[in-house]
Ligand binder design. Sequence first.
Ligand SMILES: NC(=O)c1ccc[n+]([C@@H]2O[C@H](COP(=O)([O-])OP(=O)(O)OC[C@H]3O[C@@H](n4cnc5c(N)ncnc54)[C@H](O)[C@@H]3O)[C@@H](O)[C@H]2O)c1
Length: 354
Amino acid sequence: MKKLRIGVIGNGGIAKYVHLPAYKTMSDVEIVATCDIIPSRMDEAEQIIGHSLKKYENYEDLINDKDIDAIDICTPNYLHSIIACKALKANKHVFCEKPDAVSVEEVKKMEKAAKESDKVLMVMRNNRHLVTAKFVKQYIKDGKMGEIYCGRCGWIRRRGIPGRGGWFTTKAMSGGGPLIDLGVHMIDLAIYLMGNPKPVAVSGSIYNKFANDSASSDSVHSVFGDAKQDGTFDVEDLAMGFIKFDNGACLQIEFSWASNIREETNFVELRGTKGGVSWSPNNYAIFSEENGQLIDIEPKGNLVSNGHAANLQHFVDVVNKKAEPDYVIGQGVNMIKILEAIYESARTGKEVLL
Ligand SMILES: NC(=O)c1ccc[n+]([C@@H]2O[C@H](COP(=O)([O-])OP(=O)(O)OC[C@H]3O[C@@H](n4cnc5c(N)ncnc54)[C@H](O)[C@@H]3O)[C@@H](O)[C@H]2O)c1
């Protein structure tokens, strides 16, 4: 079997903890090259993969390496669209970490580059690939929840600011705070489970109250990104909002890196005419009614799964024509339109029509 030859660009947290270990277990992938502006990170990548890799400090050189079939982008957000467009033009398949891009203008460039190429472009949607999400998706598809007409989703942290002062908290490099960082995960899953209705209007508010907070983190998820003493913090730490869809459905959203709540949670809750669901990454419960009685359905057993690894394998399967893509860049364009419009609504104080 011919292996897909992949080069990974950006060897920080997500590459080190998630992508590289996942690729190492895949029989149809060979990691051949690595790229980072910090050379020691490429050595770490080599150690994780367990054999020598071509090392590039300039991502353009990796993109132009004829020996590589596909590029995996694990850099700060602002580079996603720039690298993806160049890689597609150089005839490479592209897998990219979330968020798709930092603005609608940039994500549309990705869409155009993907349309002009016959290569695969896929952006990480790891939650869709969790076993809990797959169950709920099928349950809704089977019509068992009836018409889904509203929902709530969020990822709220008490203290969990990634890389304070570094690229995560610098708008020009990240595109925003928890709304773009965490919102893309949960809003995507909610909309996916709802059957991809088209967003038509949003409103939202954002706050920045914890830029100088000194409390220690209580979130295992804040290990990402390098902190920078006296760096920039010009993004929100909390976003609240409301999205309306063309089918009349609505979604309430809530995302924080820091806020005074009991504890961190991430959730999608959907309500349908026949049933409702409360989902978290490793569990779910369904609330319904049968023969005049209210019933709850709860799964048994261990439901922990690795959605990131499953998403990466899905990308490889799509490239190898073994699977139809469950993500298309049009969904990414809609996602970034929503996020940008929430920032716009927060700025103007008005609802924004999409
Ligand atoms: N799907 C998830 O659950 C998840 C979790 C964490 C992060 N992410 C995403 O992954 C991406 C990376 O996040 P991270 O936490 O690994 O950040 P990080 O800062 O730890 O890693 C980014 C790496 O990119 C490198 N880099 C910066 N500019 C570069 C350039 N021009 N060329 C090559 N390398 C360059 C940096 O040196 C660093 O090693 C972000 O887009 C983030 O949103 C996704």
